[in-house]
Design a protein around this ligand. Structure first.
Ligand code: NAD
Length: 493
């Protein structure tokens, strides 16, 4: 048997074996083959990594850099990512089974996140405060919070890490990253590249392993003031509770049940493509998946017919083949969860008009056919709970008011889309939909330039865009007296 690739932790600029001596297997979701093993971290590993990050934050070359110098390192890192993108993407793709073409594009694009925040590093301006007190000069300073813990899921590991790491480093923080136990390899490989860009040791560290064993130790660590988390709402709530115990700040990017709303005046051929990209790209394993299709009653049957026509002949298979359109599900538990939801939906009365089955004949059998369920009511579990797979719940609506009511009637508020040619209607919908992102006549666009995050239980805080850097900074107000005397000490000025 070929020997497995081994991924140790990466702490203080070097590979570090786990304190426990134990490793977790990493599987290729298409072949089912265990191809790598990943350090199974625990609290001792978390401690070692936080100490390294804390030392790098407090002393040595990193805190001595000017913001412009940090920006130069980040820009260089962008170039290092570009040079290594295909290799990083190959590791990530092997772990999460997404289409190779999509993962390569994602990793190449990631370089631009670092370049964007490279430019922002020396543009965070504080202010002189025009106060109402005489004889004082007051101004603000923005100061890096310190060691940031970054915890990420398996669907887009490097991209979702970059959304946090790029602004955190631009702000002057250091970091300990805990990738998903299912997809840790790409982050360990990435961390090894920071030295090439000139980053001092200890600025970026990685510990791998399970959430409760090593993730919680990071969240609870007294030297970690901020946690950047992307993942499911259940784990997000737990992390928020743990962070609250010591009044830490958090950025939480959580789940969704986003409505993709098609009105009768839309360009239906474009809307079909938008609906497909919303739910079947990445096999629906996307937080922003448009998993509820709200379609106006008057065009319901016509639109479903066009959707089915478009999906005919979609190719499932090896995600490394260029003509494959739908790949495997990333993990076995996720595969089982999706199949369970398809069954629940049909028991609740939904009708399966496309797919609905697994494909044991493909690869290691971890495939779910693109599935469309009609006759869904918004109070069914399939309309309320996140499936995170290629399963579309179709819900008819009457008019604008009905679409707004149904669209907003979930615990989530990550994203929404509207398909219409009517400008007034588009503006009404963008006003009324309670979601962090609303797309009009497109789906799935995100960029380093634009804030992304959730309303309601889809999260707290925003990532990307200029404001995000403030998530990693504390504001200090400095009061300098120009008075010769301290005035009457018994009376507050
Ligand atoms: P998950 O919540 O199970 O795990 C995410 C990460 O948290 C993993 O690294 C895991 O090890 C860690 N973790 C789990 N429990 C923990 C704990 N108690 N303490 C500390 N760390 C813990 O999510 P997943 O299954 O890996 O990913 C799928 C979920 O991620 C979906 O719900 C999806 O919506 C969400 N997601 C959200 C976004 C977004 O930007 N809003 C993007 C991608 C994925």
């Amino acid at each position: 048997m070929a020997s497995l690739t081994r991924f140790d932790h990466f702490i203080d600029g070097a590979g570090v074996p786990p304190a426990s001596g134990e490793y977790l297997p990493s599987e290729d979701p298409f072949t089912g083959e265990v191809w790598a093993e990943v350090a199974r971290g625990n609290a001792a590993d978390a401690e070692r990594a936080v100490e390294a990050a804390s030392r790098a934050f407090e002393s040595g070359p990193w805190p001595a850099l000017t913001p412009s110098e940090r920006g130069r390192l980040l820009w260089k890192l962008g170039d290092v990512i570009t040079a290594n993108a295909d290799r990083l993407a190959a590791v990530e793709q092997r772990d999460n089974g997404k289409l190779a073409a999509e993962v390569v594009a994602q990793v190449r694009y990631m370089a631009d996140y670092f370049r964007y925040y490279a430019g922002l590093a020396d543009k965070v301006q504080s202010s002189v405060i025009p106060t109402d007190k005489k004889g004082v000069f007051a101004y603000t300073r923005y100061e890096a919070k310190g060691v940031v813990a970054i915890i990420t899921p398996w669907n887009s590991p490097l991209t979702l890490t970059s959304w946090k790491l790029a602004p955190a480093l631009a702000a002057g923080c250091t970091a300990v990253v805990k990738p998903s136990e299912f997809t840790s390899g790409s982050m360990v490989e990435f961390a090894r590249l920071f030295e090439q860009a000139g980053f001092p040791k200890g600025v970026v560290n990685v510990v791998t392993g399970l959430g409760p064993e090593v993730g919680e130790a990071l969240v609870l660590h007294p030297k970690v003031p901020h946690i950047g988390f992307t993942g499911g709402t259940a784990a997000g709530k737990k992390i928020y509770e743990m962070a609250a115990r010591n009044l830490k700040t958090v950025t939480l990017e959580l789940g969704g049940k986003s409505p993709n709303i098609v009105f009768d005046d839309a360009d239906l051929d474009q809307a079909v493509k938008g609906v497909v990209s919303g739910i079947f790209a990445a096999s629906g394993q996307s937080c922003q998946a448009g998993s509820r299709l709200l379609v106006q009653e008057s065009i319901h049957d016509k639109f479903i017919a066009r959707l089915l026509e478009f999906m005919r002949g979609v190719k499932l298979g090896d995600p490394r083949q260029a003509d494959t359109q739908v790949g495997p599900i990333a993990t076995r538990p996720q595969f089982e969860k999706i199949m369970g939801y398809i069954e629940i939906a049909q028991r609740e009365g939904a009708r399966c008009v496309l797919g609905g089955r697994s494909r044991p004949d493909l690869g290691a059998g971890q495939f779910v056919e693109p599935t469309i369920l009609t006759g869904v009511r918004n109070d069914m579990r399939i309309a309320q709970e996140e499936v995170f797979g290629p399963v579309l719940a179709v819900i008819p609506f009457k008019d604008e008011a009905d679409a707004i009511r149904i669209g907003n009637d979930t615990l989530f508020g990550l994203a929404a889309a509207v398909w219409t040619r009517d400008l007034r209607r588009a503006m009404l919908m963008t006003d009324k939909l309670k979601a962090g992102t609303v797309w009009v006549n497109n789906y799935r666009a995100t960029s380093f330039t634009s804030p992304f995050g959730g309303y309601k239980q889809s999260g707290i805080g925003r990532e990307s865009g200029t404001e995000t850097i403030k998530e990693y900074l504390d504001t200090k107000c400095v009061w300098m007296s120009s008075d010769l005397d301290v005035p009457n000490p018994f009376i507050r000025r």
